[in-house]
Design a protein around this ligand. Structure first.
Ligand SMILES: C[S@@+](CC[C@H](N)C(=O)[O-])C[C@H]1O[C@@H](n2cnc3c(N)ncnc32)[C@H](O)[C@@H]1O
Length: 109
């Protein structure tokens, strides 16, 4: 299930908590989007946290990687400098938010 980086290992949405979170109801299409677009854009620190979180008994609570990349896009479009995260779990969406904020940005969780 875990991937160590681009080209190393394959992760599948099937059998994980990821597919249940997406708006797309075609599992093969979601898997294609993950592999072609989402995973290659995911920084190593986020990937490592996502993979570690996947072993948690309540892993389904974490935001999905496509979801946090949309969140990051919205943060950048808005030019947000401050963010509040209520409900951190293992910090996946928190870390994604922090990475999308400018250097002088601040995230409170
Ligand atoms: C759906 S999970 C959040 C997932 C997280 N955003 C992520 O992407 O990994 C909800 C989190 O909110 C926490 N939580 C629930 N009620 C809370 C409260 N009243 N105050 C703070 N955190 C709370 C839960 O413990 C859990 O960690």
């Amino acid at each position: 299930m875990a991937s160590a980086g681009a080209g190393e290992g394959k992760e599948t949405a099937a059998g994980s908590s990821l597919h249940s979170k997406t708006l797309l109801k075609s599992q093969p299409l979601y898997q294609y989007i993950l592999e072609s677009t989402v995973f290659p854009r995911e920084p190593d620190c986020l990937r490592e946290l996502r993979v570690a979180t996947a072993t948690h008994p309540m892993a389904g609570m974490a935001a999905s990687p496509d979801e946090v990349q949309l969140l990051q896009l919205l943060i950048e479009i808005l030019g947000a400098k401050n963010a509040i995260e209520v409900g951190v779990f293992t910090g996946y969406s928190l870390l994604a938010t922090a990475l999308a904020l400018p250097d002088d940005g601040k995230v409170s969780a």
